[in-house]
Design a protein around this ligand. Structure first.
Ligand code: ADP
Length: 167
C-alpha cells in the first residue's frame, strides 16, 4: 500500500488543497494530510480546528484520507507515518523556488524521501489560504476558493472576531 504525506499549514483548507488530495489518490492508496503545528504565523484556525475541517471535507473518502498534526522536521513525521513519499502542490512559478529548496533540504536530511509535485489546476492557480483570509473578512465571496464546510467556518470565525472588536 502506497501512502503519501501531504504537508502544509491548511489555514484554512482551500479548493486547491482539496484538488491535490483527490488527484494524489489516483496515484497513491492513502494520503496522510499533515497539519504543521509549529508555524510561526499567527493562525486564523487552531490546529485542532483545521484538522476538524479537513476531516469533515474528506469524511466520504473513509480511511484513504487521514489527518494528523505534526511539528518539527517533515522527514521525521514522514518516517513516523511509515512512508517515504511526500506530495506538494505547485502553483505559479513563484512557488517553485521555495518548493525546490524544501524538497532538496528534505532529500539532504533523508535521502529516501521523495517529493512529488502536482501542478495546480488553472482555476486554483491563484487560490491561497492567505488570499482567502484577506477576502473573507471583507465580505467577499469565497465560495469558489474553499469548500462549503470551510466557508461556513470562516463566516462564524469572522463574526466572532467582529463581535469581539465591538465589545
Ligand atoms: P505551506 O505553509 O506549507 O505552504 P499551505 O497550506 O499554504 O502550506 O500549502 C500546502 C501545500 O498545498 C503546498 O504544497 C502548496 O503549494 C499547495 N497548495 C496551496 N494552494 C494550492 C492551490 N491553490 N492549488 C494547488 N496546490 C496548492
Amino acid at each position: 500500500m502506497k501512502t503519501a504525506v501531504f504537508p502544509g499549514s491548511f489555514d484554512p483548507l482551500t479548493n486547491g488543497h482539496v484538488d491535490i488530495v483527490h488527484r494524489s489518490l489516483t496515484i497513491f492508496d492513502r494520503v496522510v494530510v499533515g497539519v504543521l503545528a509549529n508555524s510561526s504565523k499567527q493562525p486564523l484556525f487552531t490546529v485542532e480546528e483545521r484538522i476538524e475541517l479537513i476531516e469533515a471535507q474528506f469524511q466520504p473518502l473513509g480511511e484513504r484520507v487521514v489527518v494528523r498534526s505534526f511539528s518539527g522536521l517533515l522527514v521525521d513525521f514522514v518516517a513516523t507515518v511509515g512512508t517515504t513519499l511526500v506530495v506538494r502542490g505547485l502553483r505559479a512559478i513563484s512557488d517553485y523556488d521555495y518548493e525546490a529548496q524544501m524538497a532538496l533540504m528534505n532529500k539532504n536530511l533523508d535521502d529516501r524521501v521523495e517529493t512529488f509535485f502536482l501542478m495546480a489546476r488553472e482555476e486554483n492557480s491563484y487560490v491561497s489560504s492567505s488570499l482567502v483570509k484577506q477576502v473573507a473578512p471583507l465580505g467577499g465571496d469565497v465560495s469558489k476558493l474553499v469548500p462549503p464546510v470551510v466557508r461556513i467556518a470562516l463566516q462564524s470565525r469572522f463574526k466572532e472576531l467582529r463581535e469581539r472588536q465591538e465589545k
